[in-house]
Design a protein around this ligand. Structure first.
Ligand SMILES: Nc1ncnc2c1ncn2[C@@H]1O[C@H](COP(=O)(O)OP(=O)(O)O)[C@@H](O)[C@H]1O
Ligand SMILES: [Mg+2]
Length: 431
């Protein structure tokens, strides 16, 4: 097994790491060509995306001795430690100095570019120039690091590691669930959709947590409901709900019914306009007592404009359904309105969907233009609101079934939503 096989997905990054490792293993071959191999590499990105895993693969594959620096000593001692580590690397050259979480080396805030730790690292790097010491670093926040450290000749190569998406996320999910006893209806794609944009560490934690819920229930398999409970608890910071704790919609009190219909309204519109986009519907949120959460996945198969418009209409779905079902204004819907107005303004002002004359820039941002923009934005939101009501009326069966299931179960996963959708006649609407 190759050291890079431990990294699942990320084929482009793996390729680049292999090339860099090759320059470390076959230094003289590159020298014969008269080229200069990179002297350092920084892997950066948010926590848990696999930077340390990738760095360790480079070290292992290169076969070179490595000397690690991690901030675990008080300031003065740490500065001494930096010098010692570089000296050891020179003695054992060719070697690698591995600076893990380098943005944590200085105690200061983001502006602390001239911290003693960075100045020391920089002078050490300059001191080992042409001594066959490769500097490998990881960092969560690039902007915390002084630019001078990251120029050619020092840590010249930078690779951004993003949270896994699409195929990468599916491969990682498949890898994590392989060794666990998941039920047959749990599919990799759905989990990858739900976890879209989350780090590998989050994926690992949620999948493991799902197993803990199953174990606690003494179930012999991990189901989608266990996964959703773990997702709600771990990622969304909402109460973890397993099993059917809700109520029958026909007998539930009005507040409960309103929350259920509000969330069902968001979900129905999203599913009608962008099939398979809803990842979860829950009547819980982590803010107030009432109100829920609807999660979405953008598979990028629609155009940006279509997706934006459907998000606005979907945001208005909660308020629209309350007016239709209860004849009243939804007092809990102000955040949805804020969002609809913000996104509609973006389309009107930045994308000029209602004409170039509404475009604002530094030369043209008069009060008259602003008031015209406001009028157009609000009439656009009204128009999207009517669309929301049209979609809900034409898909009343889907709405009722989804609301009934949500009331009962309190949490619907993408799998549940798709099952309900398949039982209903869906009427599509042009937007
Ligand atoms: N591409 C990947 N394939 C397999 N496991 C991964 C991948 N990326 C991260 N992991 C796992 O996720 C966890 C966090 O990774 P780590 O390298 O510590 O992240 P970082 O250094 O970016 O904070 C580790 O358990 C690691 O093995
Ligand atoms: Mg790390």
């Amino acid at each position: 097994m190759n050291a890079f096989d431990r990294i699942i997905g990320y084929s482009a990054i793996k390729q680049e790491l292999m090339q860099i490792s090759d320059t470390l293993k076959h230094r003289s071959a590159y020298e014969k060509l008269g080229v200069t191999a990179p002297s350092g590499l920084l892997l950066y990105g948010e926590p848990g995306v696999g930077k340390s895993l990738m760095a360790s693969a480079v070290i292992e594959d290169s076969g070179l001795p490595s000397f690690v620096l991690r901030k675990d000593l008080p300031n003065g001692d740490f500065v001494k430690e930096i010098k010692v580590v570089f000296e050891k690397a020179v003695e054992n050259a060719p070697a690698i100095v591995y600076l893990d979480d380098m943005d944590k080396f200085a105690n200061g805030d983001e502006q602390h570019h001239d911290a003693e730790e960075y100045v020391t690292v920089q002078s050490c790097i300059d001191g080992v120039k042409d001594r066959a010491v490769f500097v490998l670093a990881t960092a969560n926040r690039l902007r915390c690091l002084p630019g001078s450290l990251l120029r050619t000749g020092r840590i010249g190569r930078k690779i951004k590691v993003n949270p896994p998406r699409g195929r990468d996320a599916e491969e990682i999910v498949a890898h994590y669930i392989k060794s666990k006893k998941f039920a047959g209806d749990v599919d990799v794609k759905t989990i990858a959709h739900i976890m879209d944009g989350r780090s590998c560490a989050d994926l690992e934690t949620v999948i493991n947590e799902a197993g803990l819920y199953a174990g606690y229930e003494k179930a012999d398999q991990i189901t989608m409901d266990h996964f959703m409970a773990a997702y709600l608890r771990t990622v969304m910071n909402l109460p973890a709900i397993c099993g059917e704790l809700g109520a029958d919609l026909s007998v539930a009190d009005k507040n409960y019914r309103q929350v259920v219909y509000h969330e069902a309204g968001h979900a129905v519109i999203s599913e009608v306009l962008c099939p398979n986009s809803v990842t979860l519907v829950s009547i819980y949120n982590n803010g107030s007592d009432f109100g829920g959460t609807t999660g979405y996945f953008n598979d990028k198969s629609t155009t940006y404009l279509y997706w934006e418009k459907s998000r606005i209409i979907g945001a208005l779905g909660g308020i629209a359904v309350i007016e239709q079902k209860f004849g009243s204004f939804d007092v809990g819907g102000s955040r949805d309105l804020d969002r609809a107005f913000r996104d509609a303004k973006d389309l009107v002002v930045n994308d000029c969907v209602c004409g170039f004359h509404l475009h604002a820039d530094e030369y043209n941002d008069s009060e008259r233009l602003q008031s015209e923009q406001e009028q157009v934005v609000s009439s656009e939101v009204e128009r999207y609101y009517r669309k929301a009501k049209e979609i809900l009326s034409l898909n009343a069966e889907f709405l009722e079934r989804l609301a009934a299931a949500l009331a009962k179960k309190t949490l619907l996963s993408a799998v549940d939503v798709q099952k309900i959708r398949e039982q209903c006649k869906i009427v599509s609407v042009a937007i």
